[in-house]
Ligand binder design. Structure first.
Ligand code: S3P
Length: 176
């Protein structure tokens, strides 16, 4: 069984995922990294040349790829990976699902302060900014909730604190 980290941009999936993989001695894959490596383009460039739907097709291929990895792997997914039902089914069939949740206010602060945002996080609506986070987060929250087996609220928590909550849960829901 894989360990999938799901959640909105800025929720800490990549940071916590990397730490989790290191503590559990498991491989780590970030689907955004995989998409950039396999396409030879930055995510912002893919959005610009192929539109969001072209990016979602590449993301679906990334999820299919990681789901098929034979070794149990920690997988940080992009914030929108839960949008397509096919992705949700693959994820549910192949691993444990941990939702790193947060308020729009905190997520927006983290996104704004993250140097990766300009290449990795093109606008998802005409609004952009805080209003976009409020709007898109509200539309996605039911999907994160439906898929998650564990929900970790990340507001005002360090990555180490989030990691500890995940590890505590895993002790009783051991992967594999
Ligand atoms: C997206 C989130 C990004 C990246 C792309 C689309 C989204 O990943 O996949 O910009 O739709 O929320 P992170 O959640 O890792 O920032």
């Amino acid at each position: 069984m894989h360990l999938y980290l799901i959640g909105y941009r800025g929720s800490g999936k990549s940071t916590v995922g990397r730490q989790l993989a290191s503590v559990l001695d498991m491989p780590f894959v970030d689907t955004d990294d995989w998409i950039e490596a396999s396409s030879g383009a930055r995510i912002s460039e893919i959005f610009a040349s192929e539109g969001e739907s072209g990016f979602r097709d590449r993301e679906e291929a990334a999820i299919a790829h990681v789901a098929d990895i034979a070794t149990s792997t920690v997988i940080a997914t992009g914030g929108g990976a839960i949008l397509r039902p096919g992705n949700r089914n693959r994820i549910a069939a192949t691993g444990h699902r941990i939702w790193l949740s947060g308020t729009a206010k905190m997520l927006f602060e983290r996104i704004s302060g993250d140097g990766m945002t300009s290449t990795r996080r093109p606008n998802l609506s005409h609004r952009g900014g805080y209003e976009e986070v409020v709007e898109i987060l509200a539309s996605r929250e039911p999907l994160y909730r439906e898929l998650a087996q564990l929900i970790v609220e990340t507001d005002n928590k360090s990555a180490d604190e989030v990691l500890d909550e995940v590890l505590d849960w895993l002790r009783t829901h051991s992967p594999g």
